[in-house]
Ligand binder design. Structure first.
Ligand SMILES: [Fe+2]
Length: 200
């Protein structure tokens, strides 16, 4: 059994003008497809064949870099697409809103911290809002396609929000202006999905 490239939950141009259609198309149909195909090739005929992605990531420190990079890339992008929506933006509500306010002081302070983590990640990687095992929240970033589900992650937990800061995610529209891309991301964040993940 192999992993399949997940369908985007909206059209390539649905996040315009914040995230452009050409970037979405290449990001999904080339980059995400590449991670998916390479993951399948890396696990073929191994004992990981047939395991779910969560299981693979939870033991990834013992695996090859191909499994780490492509397993992370497969999972992270699937999550990333779901965490954006043409109806997104604004602020979280309910329990997630309360937890963000309790941890960071306010939504604005959270946004500043998350944006800084995304902007200062050197090279390629991701910024995360993570729910730790004690239920508290933390902002962090990871290099490459690493994520907080990996057994050797510095901050381990459930990703609630994730932002891809690889240049392939923004260079066509924003060139080197990563901070502009980060602020546009907040215009399309699917807070309903983030809340659902927080409450699960
Ligand atoms: Fe990406």
């Amino acid at each position: 059994m192999s992993f399949e490239l997940p369908k985007l939950p909206y059209a390539y141009d649905a996040l315009e003008p914040h995230i452009d259609a050409r970037t979405m198309e290449i990001h999904h149909s080339k980059h995400h497809a590449g991670y998916t195909n390479n993951l399948n090739a890396a696990i073929a005929n191994t004992d990981l064949d047939g395991k779910c992605i969560g299981e693979i990531l939870a033991g990834v420190s013992k695996q090859s870099s191909a499994i780490r990079n492509n397993g992370g890339g497969y999972y992270n992008h699937d999550l990333f697409w779901k965490l954006m929506s043409p109806d997104g933006g604004g602020k979280p509500s309910g329990e997630l809103q309360k937890a963000i306010n309790d941890t960071f002081g306010s939504f604005e302070q959270f946004k500043e911290k998350f944006s800084k983590a995304a902007a200062t990640r050197f090279g390629s990687g991701w910024a995360w809002l993570v729910k730790l095992s004690d239920g508290s929240l933390k902002v962090c970033s990871t290099p490459n396609q690493d994520n907080p589900l990996m057994d050797d992650a510095e901050v381990k937990g459930t990703p609630i929000l994730g932002l891809d800061v690889w240049e392939h995610a923004y260079y066509l529209k924003f060139q080197n202006r990563r901070p502009d891309y980060i602020s546009e991301f907040f215009e399309v964040v699917n807070w309903e999905e983030a809340s659902r993940r927080f409450q699960d």
